[in-house]
Design a protein around this ligand. Structure first.
Ligand code: FNR
Length: 182
């Protein structure tokens, strides 16, 4: 069994999501003591505070998977210069009820890919603001703002030769961050 379970949240529900491909690639670059698992957020209801006392089964599942992890990686798209609503919805769900957040203390990593010239930098900055409030120690460097360009992924969906070194450095830094917080 892996020593470090990492919950991976992908901030896009698109079938051919670049961010999902990136999330899958991250898992393949992790040291053997680490198991990266992508969590489902597409089946969560829209968050409604009235439901805090009886959270849906999909919400309880998400919370228990986060609680059982030693870290959380957010691999997110940028929508209109912020994080996609599906990601914010998942974050809000797992932060509640008040005092029973699943996020607190989990070492976090933030990475993402978009078609824009500045990558997902603004979405990541907004996300960092949220993670600070949720009391998640978040890896500061290296930052990883990846632009989806020809050659980023190879024909099998893995990372292209020009990108793998950069992403490996990010994975190495994040996994060291998790070990530091264990
Ligand atoms: C986008 N896109 C986008 N890209 C970007 O770099 N900055 C942005 O603010 C936005 N805004 C935005 C809003 C909405 C509603 C959509 C649908 C798209 C483009 C985005 O980067 C592109 O669709 C990516 O492919 C999204 O990531 P996935 O789904 O491939 O992981």
């Amino acid at each position: 069994m892996s020593e470090f379970k990492i919950a991976v949240i992908v901030g896009s529900l698109r079938r051919d999501s670049f961010n999902r491909k990136l999330a899958t690639a991250l898992a393949s670059l992790a040291p053997k003591e680490f198991a990266f698992k992508q969590l489902e957020i597409g089946d969560l209801p829209l968050y409604n505070q009235d439901d805090d006392a009886q959270q849906a089964a999909s919400v309880l599942r998400l919370k228990s998977e986060i609680s059982a992890s030693q870290g959380v990686v957010f691999v997110t798209a940028e929508y209109n210069r912020s994080i996609p609503g599906v990601l914010k919805n998942a974050i809000d769900h797992a932060s509640r009820p008040y005092g029973k957040s699943a996020w607190a203390g989990k070492p976090a990593g933030v990475i993402g890919v978009s078609v824009g010239a500045i990558g997902t930098s603004l979405a990541q900055q907004h996300l960092r603001n949220i993670l600070a409030y949720l009391d998640m120690p978040t890896l500061g460097q290296p930052e990883a703002f990846i632009q989806a360009k020809e050659g980023l992924f190879d024909a099998n969906g893995g990372l292209g030769a020009d990108s793998v070194g950069f992403v490996q450095k990010w994975v190495d830094a994040y996994t060291a961050w998790v070990r530091q917080h264990a």
